[in-house]
Structure formats: structure tokens, C-alpha cells
Write a protein that binds this ligand. Structure first.
Ligand SMILES: O=C[C@H](O)COP(=O)(O)O
Length: 221
């Protein structure tokens, strides 16, 4: 039997409603929380400096090593640990993409494992791989390293890289590699309902969006 057609509510339940702009203020975060409630999304995702966030009923995610990933692994681990202390239930960490490009998968594994070790096992760890700058082989290798290091999700993109964000090709490859064992989060540049539905059809189990309202407004209720 085929899966039921996604609805506004079912897609909302997969969304991390995201605000990661450098110029974001506390008032902007409060507005994000209010909109998240109104839209019925799963989680909000913010920068760690904006924690704690008063958002009862919503999962709170924060990023680590964002957006470049060019932070020492100990810094990412400390940032993730502190974010969890300040209420984050999920951490979206950026890998050192250069290590992945260079084929140094063990370096990528080591930094993910370092962040994982800094977090209670109840904290969901998502690994941002910046798929737009990786070859297919590198995407597969990094996804397998993330699984080995104890990540819960692999995630396509920061949304801040000039090479681009999520593609259905990358999501499908990531889902084919670790789907069913790890979640797959599509994020970066998803602006329409059709784009979100294409990501879900390709295997995404979570969608990261700053444009949550306009995406959901394009779906049937
Ligand atoms: O991590 C999530 C992304 O930053 C969201 O990107 P977006 O603003 O292109 O939706």
C-alpha cells in the first residue's frame, strides 16, 4: 500500500522552523516561537547564543560549528554541550567539509564522535554535511561515518553555503545510505510546497525551513 498523500499537518510535523540569521534578535526568536505554534511545526532551530528559549510544547534545536564547520572539534563539542545545558534537545552540527572533500573520513568521524560524547544520549544529534560541495562517494562515506559515530540524523545543508542547499539527488542518496537507521533532514533553499514534497518523496524525514509558512500555505489541509 502506498503512503498517504502528505497534508499540511503531516508536513508541519516534520518541520524544524529555523532562524539562523546573524542579525536575529530575541524579539525575532519570540516571533519564531509564536509562528511555530501557529503553524504546528515539530521544532524550532536557533543559534546557540539565543538560548534558552521559552517554547513549551516545541522541541528546541540549536546549531554547533555553524555555518562554516571550521571550528576545532572541542569547540563544537563544548558549544553543543552548553546548548544542551541551556535547553536544546537537538543539536545540528556542521562537519569540517574540507576533511570530507579531502577524503579524510576518519577526521569527520572523530569530530562527530567528539560531539556525540559531549551530549547525553537523549539529545538528538544531526550532522550537516553540506552536500552541495561533496561528490556522491563523499556523501555516502560521510553518512556512514555519521552513523558509526552515533548520530541520529544526517542533514544536507546549512542554507548558508554559496554552492547551494538541499537537492532531491542528495537526499535520495543519503536515504539510500542510512535511511531507516538514521533520519534524513533536507534543509537549505526549500521555499515551496512542491520542493518540500519532492524532498519527502526522496526520503527526507525532517525538513529545515525558514520559509515554513509559505511552504505550508501551498499544501492542502
Ligand atoms: O538549517 C537550516 C537552514 O538554515 C534553513 O535554510 P533556509 O533559510 O534556506 O530555509
Amino acid at each position: 500500500m502506498s503512503d498517504p498523500e502528505p497534508t499540511r499537518a503531516s508536513v508541519a510535523a516534520m518541520i524544524d522552523h529555523t532562524l539562523l540569521k546573524p542579525e536575529a534578535t530575541s524579539a525575532d526568536v519570540n516571533a519564531l516561537v509564536a509562528e511555530a505554534r501557529d503553524l504546528g511545526v515539530y521544532a524550532i532551530c536557533v543559534s546557540p547564543s539565543m538560548l534558552p528559549v521559552d517554547a513549551p510544547g516545541l522541541v528546541v534545536a540549536a546549531v554547533a560549528g555553524f555555518p562554516s564547520g571550521k571550528h576545532h572539534r572541542a569547540v563544537k563539542a563544548d558549544e553543543a554541550h552548553r546548548a544542551a545545558e541551556f535547553g536544546a534537545q537537538e543539536i545540528d552540527m556542521v562537519i569540517d567539509v574540507g576533511s570530507a572533500v579531502a577524503g579524510d573520513v576518519e577526521a569527520v568521524y572523530a569530530e562527530i564522535a567528539t560531539v556525540r560524547a559531549a551530549l547525553d544520549s537523549s539529545i538528538v544529534l544531526k550532522v550537516i554535511i553540506e552536500s552541495a560541495v561533496l561528490t556522491d562517494d563523499a556523501i555516502v562515506a560521510v553518512c556512514l561515518a555519521a552513523e558509526r559515530a552515533g548520530a541520529d540524523f544526517v542533514k544536507t545543508s546549512t542554507g548558508f553555503h554559496p554552492a547551494g542547499g538541499a537537492t532531491t539527488h542528495a537526499v535520495r542518496l543519503m536515504a539510500d545510505t542510512v535511511g531507516g537507521r538514521l533520519g534524513v533532514k533536507a534543509s537549505g533553499g526549500i521555499r515551496t510546497a512542491d520542493a518540500a514534497l519532492a524532498m519527502i518523496a526522496a526520503g527526507a524525514t525532517r525538513i529545515g525551513l525558514s520559509a515554513s509558512r509559505s511552504v505550508l500555505d501551498g499544501l492542502p489541509s
